[in-house]
Design a protein around this ligand. Structure first.
Ligand code: CTP
Ligand code: MN
Ligand code: MN
Ligand code: MN
Length: 376
């Protein structure tokens, strides 16, 4: 942990893509508070305030020291009045009354529960809240509600899905994905992305990028993989989205736009051989309910053309805030448009090709940031 004065000499950028943010967070008590505030504003669809708190959280995560006095944040970007008030409260009282208020707020608590269900977003939560529903149990019990196929799966596997995915589970699923993909396309490249690529040891899902380096493209690959898992009884849920990519189309300027890759949001059944303890054997002998020997795991599979692979990797590695800042930096500092498919230089009116993440950072005039330093 660095001392404050040694650090202050270097100017901190407002963009997280110009900072290094590892998983060592010296300011967790502040960033947790900001994330609650941001989430509450997200539930209220106040994007400006939501982003203000997310940016502040992200900035404090990148500091190599713990903030203990207001002086410590002097001269730092992203520290607006709302943010400073909360920092001050936490420094003085050990906690923030505004954050406590949110945590006790009926609407926040209900939305927090609803959005923890796979397939449920702010819009659906709003609807349920207006109907007077407050908990996941109440939603489950209401048989008049029309649930989407995704939400039905979300409730069916709720307990498994809210319990986080471990690194060991990610490795086990990774083997399954690689083996299945390579049984159809031996040269295919399968890469784990998302939080696990950033070095996290837990996640809410496991993200994979799949590409074929050869000249051969196989539009059917994803369908073949899914069909095999269905046949093997490993697929609990899947929603395949076909590619909507149009060549020559300018990258999307929206900060949180969905990309156009063929992809699949799935729930896989991961078998977990249990330790053979006597209770299990007894219950089997007695014909009692069998012990569940699997866990439902959320898996995202994304198929990319090889020439877009570096862009897809950068986008899907995240963090979400790091990606937002990369695109904001490209637009505002370089007059370029970046998305998960390409980088477009508006001054030169050309697409900039990249075969690696390093090349994308170089095109943007940015120092390279390692995946584990992107936990913004
Ligand atoms: N992403 C994306 N397009 C989507 C969905 C996700 O570009 N349609 C990006 C997100 O911006 C994020 C990364 O892919 O940076 C991984 O998304 P997600 O799995 O939601 O988040 P993680 O960082 O992996 O965190 P978690 O452990 O919660 O899964
Ligand atoms: Mn993820
Ligand atoms: Mn997530
Ligand atoms: Mn994901």
């Amino acid at each position: 942990e660095l001392e404050m004065p040694a650090f202050i000499a270097t100017k901190v950028s407002q963009y997280s893509c110009q900072r290094k943010t590892t998983l060592d967070n010296y300011n967790k008590k502040f960033t947790d508070a900001f994330e609650v505030m941001a989430e509450n504003y997200e539930f209220k669809e106040n994007e400006i305030f939501c982003l203000e708190f997310l940016r502040a959280a992200s900035l404090l995560k990148s500091l190599p020291f713990s903030v203990t006095r207001m002086k410590d944040i002097q001269g730092l970007p992203c520290m607006g009045d709302q943010v400073r008030d909360i920092i001050e409260e936490i420094i003085e009282e050990g906690e923030s009354s505004r954050v406590k208020e949110v945590l006790n707020d009926e609407r926040y608590k209900a939305f927090k529960q609803f959005t923890s269900v796979f397939g449920v977003g702010v819009k659906t939560s709003e609807k349920w809240y207006r109907m007077g529903l407050r908990t996941v149990e109440e939603v489950k019990a209401d048989k008049t509600l029309k649930l989407s196929k995704m939400q039905k799966a979300g409730f069916l596997y709720y307990e498994d899905l809210v319990s986080c995915v471990s690194k060991a589970e990610a490795d086990a699923v990774s083997l399954i994905v690689k083996n299945t993909v390579c049984s159809f396309l031996p040269d295919a490249l399968v890469t784990i992305t998302g939080g696990f690529r950033r070095g996290k040891n837990i996640g809410h899902d496991i993200d994979f990028l799949i590409t074929n380096p050869g000249p051969r493209e196989d539009d059917e690959l994803l369908h073949k993989v899914i069909d095999l898992w269905k046949k093997q009884g490993l697929l609990l849920y899947c929603d395949i989205i076909e590619s909507t990519f149009v060549k020559e189309q300018l990258p999307s300027r929206k900060v949180d736009a969905m990309d156009h890759f063929q992809k699949c949001f799935a729930i896989l059944k991961l078998y977990q051989p249990r330790v053979d303890n006597s209770t299990c054997n007894t219950s089997k002998k007695l014909g009692m309910a069998e012990v569940k020997d699997w866990k439902a795991i959320r898996v995202d599979l994304v198929i990319t053309p090889f020439e877009q692979y570096a862009y897809a990797l950068l986008g899907w590695t995240g963090s979400r805030q790091f990606g937002r800042d990369l695109r904001r930096y490209a637009a505002h500092e370089r007059k370029m448009i970046l998305d998960n498919h390409a980088l477009y230089d508006r001054r030169k009116r050309i697409f900039l090709k990249s075969g690696s993440e390093e090349e994308i950072f170089a095109h943007l005039g940015l120092d390279y940031v390692q995946p584990w330093e992107r936990n913004a």
